[in-house]
Write a protein that binds this ligand. Structure first.
Ligand SMILES: CC(C)(COP(=O)(O)OP(=O)(O)OC[C@H]1O[C@@H](n2cnc3c(N)ncnc32)[C@H](O)[C@@H]1OP(=O)(O)O)[C@@H](O)C(=O)NCCC(=O)NCCS
Length: 424
């Protein structure tokens, strides 16, 4: 957050997110690269802050064992076994280093909150990878079961749970696990609300090196499969097509940029890439979408929920419209009509067959994001039947005096719409 802002305003802007994240379960994965970043102490301090705000945190960390050379490149199973002894003690050292840093940071983030308890344990039952392409993988293993009841009990006791990338078999052997895939498996087993991976960049970048703020799962997997295979397996594990999974999200956040985690979770514009379960993509409307937008809004205009807007009016202000495209079908839309120092949220609608899946929320977020990019201080909405939906999303009741003059002149007293305003 480079911009200098009023702390009171900042706190008010962050408060809906504080409320939203409280008592939610987040799995965070710090791989070897993130652990050796110069910024790791700041990341850990921010994780401690999240914990103090009531987020249930599981921290999965990784060591170089799978990412780099040893023990995968070792020639013999025996040498792999020798490697694992050294590696397990290295991971143990890293776990204890994390506990030490989290203990210190709990104190630094707030003088009133210094009793964070971080704990670890044998939460992961593992099995060997076995022989692959004729080569015995020795101590390399895969997750068989996550002890969710033990982890949940610790989270219920307000502890921060650290899961090292080690699993134990029923035969008493120790296995090395891929920390990124493990984070996904832990998140899936606990039905976590968020799975957060730390990368050297601000999430996914497009061809012109611009940050992509949101990606549907299929596109994220396609773009990360070569560079970050462990991350894609985690995304795939958590973001399933189950209805219950529709509100879950994965985030890709920078571990090199101080404050990136807080910026991603507590600001409208975020700092990384958020990955959503559905294939639905929000994009700017094109001429080809006008018929689909009309088809969506026409019944709502007839019922009085939306103010009628002609095809000509939509075409004239087409760049104001965004659509929610589900594999070619337009299942939602919304518009942001800018005035001098505010903007109107209008024509926000989702198809009745796709309601209650957070699509309305996503369209609203995209419109708010658009307004924030234009540096507008507020947005307003005129609504007859969805007052509470907007109030629950940070809008405040207001009246016609809050409208720009040109909008006030066209206010229809017969519709008697409620005027709601949201600070950005
Ligand atoms: C309002 C609207 C966009 C919400 O779409 P959606 O895709 O269902 O939105 P979400 O999935 O993000 O939100 C669903 C939640 O909002 C609640 N909700 C839906 N309509 C609501 C309303 N009119 N008032 C209050 N809450 C409402 C649902 O019960 C659900 O609550 P839950 O999460 O506690 O179960 C959709 O109902 C719609 O198209 N309405 C008609 C058009 C309209 O009035 N637009 C606003 C004027 S611009």
């Amino acid at each position: 957050m480079a911009e200098a802002i009023d702390p009171i305003l900042w706190f008010r802007r962050a408060s809906p997110y504080i409320y939203l994240h409280r008592q939610k379960t987040f799995v965070l994965c710090l791989d070897d690269q993130a652990m050796s970043s110069d910024n790791v102490s700041n990341v850990l301090r921010d994780i401690t802050l999240l914990h103090s705000l009531g987020v249930r945190i599981i921290l999965v960390h990784g060591s170089c064992a799978l990412d780099n050379t040893s023990p995968r490149d070792s020639k013999t199973v025996d040498s792999k076994r020798d490697d694992i002894k050294a590696w397990v003690s290295e991971v143990g050292g890293e776990t204890h280093q994390l506990i030490a840093e989290l203990s210190a940071n709990a104190h630094h983030s707030s003088p009133f909150y210094s009793d964070l308890v971080a704990c670890t344990g044998n939460f992961i039952r593992a099995q060997p990878l076995g022989v692959m392409n004729g080569e015995d993988q020795g101590p390399l293993g895969k997750t068989r079961k996550v002890n969710t009841s033990a982890i949940s009990a610790l989270l219920d006791d307000d502890m921060l749970v650290i899961v090292p990338p080690i699993g134990y078999s029923l035969t008493g052997e120790t296995f090395v696990l891929d920390c990124k895939a493990l984070a996904g498996q832990v998140a899936e087993a606990l039905s976590a609300d968020k799975l957060i991976y730390f990368l050297p960049t601000h999430g996914v970048q497009d061809e012109s090196s611009q940050r992509v703020s949101e990606l549907p799962k299929a596109q994220a997997i396609a773009s990360l499969s070569k560079s970050h295979p462990g991350v894609t397996s985690g995304i795939d594990a958590l973001l399933t097509s189950d209805l219950d999974a529709q509100s879950r999200r994965c985030h890709l956040v920078s571990h090199t940029h101080d404050g990136a985690l807080l910026e991603e979770l507590f600001t409208l514009t975020g700092s990384g890439t958020i990955i959503t379960p559905g294939a639905a993509l929000i994009r700017t409307a094109t001429l080809n979408d006008i018929d689909a937008i009309r088809a969506l809004v026409a019944p709502l205009e007839q019922s009085g929920a939306l103010i009628p807007r002609s095809i000509d009016a939509i075409e004239k202000h087409l760049e104001d419209y965004i659509v929610l495209d589900l594999e070619g079908a337009i299942i939602g839309c919304g518009a942001l009509h800018a005035f001098e120092d505010t903007a109107e949220i209008a024509s926000l609608a989702t198809h009745p067959g796709h309601r209650d899946q957070d699509y309305g929320e996503r369209i609203l977020s995209a419109l708010l994001h658009k307004a924030a990019q234009k540096a507008l201080p507020t947005v307003f909405v005129l609504t007859t039947q969805t007052e509470h939906w907007f109030l629950e999303r940070g809008f405040m009741r207001s009246d016609q005096t809050a409208l720009p003059l040109s909008k006030r002149a066209t206010y229809d007293d017969r519709r008697n719409s409620k005027v709601l305003v949201r600070q950005l």
